[in-house]
Design a protein around this ligand. Structure first.
Ligand code: SAM
Length: 281
């Protein structure tokens, strides 16, 4: 019979956030696969756990999964941990879980801290619906394209970001979403935990004075709280909906509701644009 794969949460800053069950499992499995063995060694030493470690990170994830699956198939239990929080959340884990499930190996979780959920519940933003984006692409164009695709999603949006790219992410959010409400949660559970709440422009001004440090989660308010920026070309928006099969009257009504403007405003701009088009013919 196969052993069990345990996805085991570890603290995101404060070592006292480890769970009793995590300590039991980390102390009783035969092997711990860790994102960074030196990092996890410190955690194990603190709790006087002597279990053997092996490395499992984004660069060896695919190749090493086969080895770990064989290990589990031999009947021994394995715990998977990342540097912080839940493995699999913007960390290696998914590949191994899917392979284990394919092989009918039991998979279990030892729940605990995760940065996005911990900051969310004290952010003051709606906890549901939620769109967890993790890390956006690091290059400017790809990041902006991703934001353009996500604009308008009616959910609190959550991003992981490092301190050196935070300002760029916020500038892109300001550019694409407008001056929406955001929360920047920094160093959660640590000594210098800080939550900055305000409009993106205000937060950017504060970050110019005190450049960001540490680990960061960014929460963006859903469009219901942060008003959607009305499109400049109403006729084009109506046209898009008509192409999707919605009749013109309903399209105007839908857009007026979405952007919280009078129906007449959408109707008049559309009619005006259409008559200008006719004049050009
Ligand atoms: N697996 C982790 C989890 O469950 O949250 C996330 C790992 S991801 C590689 C690391 C990112 O999580 C950091 O860059 C930061 O965005 C966020 N993060 C981790 N610890 C944090 C903390 N104490 N405070 C704020 N953000 C944190």
């Amino acid at each position: 019979m196969s052993g069990t794969l345990y996805l085991c949460a570890t603290p995101i800053g404060n070592l006292k956030d480890i769970s009793l069950r995590a300590l039991d499992v980390l102390g009783s499995v035969q092997l711990i696969a860790a994102e960074d063995t030196r990092h996890t060694k410190k955690l194990l030493n603190y709790f006087q756990i002597k279990t053997a470690l092996t490395s499992y990170h984004q660069h060896n994830e695919k190749g090493k999964s086969g080895e770990l699956i064989d290990y589990l198939k031999s009947g021994r239990d394995l715990a998977l941990v990342s540097d912080a929080g839940l493995p699999g959340i913007s960390d290696p884990g998914e590949v191994l879980v899917r392979r284990a499930l394919q092989e009918e190996i039991p998979v279990d979780v030892i729940p605990g801290p995760s940065a996005f959920a911990s900051g969310l519940v004290i952010s003051g933003m709606p906890c549901t619906p939620l769109y967890f984006a993790g890390f956006l692409p690091s290059t400017g164009k790809a990041r902006r394209d991703a934001l353009r695709e996500m604009k308008g999603i009616r959910a609190t949006q959550v991003f992981y970001e490092g301190p050196h790219r935070l300002t760029k992410l916020l500038e892109d959010i300001l550019d694409i979403y407008g001056d929406v409400a955001v929360v920047v949660a920094r160093e959660l559970t640590k000594l210098h935990q800080e939550l900055l709440r305000g409009k993106v422009s205000e937060i950017l001004n504060r970050l110019l004075e005190v450049p960001p440090k540490g680990e960061i989660v960014v929460y963006v308010a859903p469009p219901a709280q942060a008003e959607l920026e009305a499109p400049e070309d109403w006729a084009a928006e109506v046209g898009k909906l008509v192409k999707e099969g919605i009749n013109k009257k309903d399209a105007i009504k839908l857009l007026a509701e979405k952007y919280k403007v009078p129906k007449r405003q959408v109707y008049n701009s559309t009619v005006q644009a259409e008559s200008e088009d006719l004049d050009r013919v």
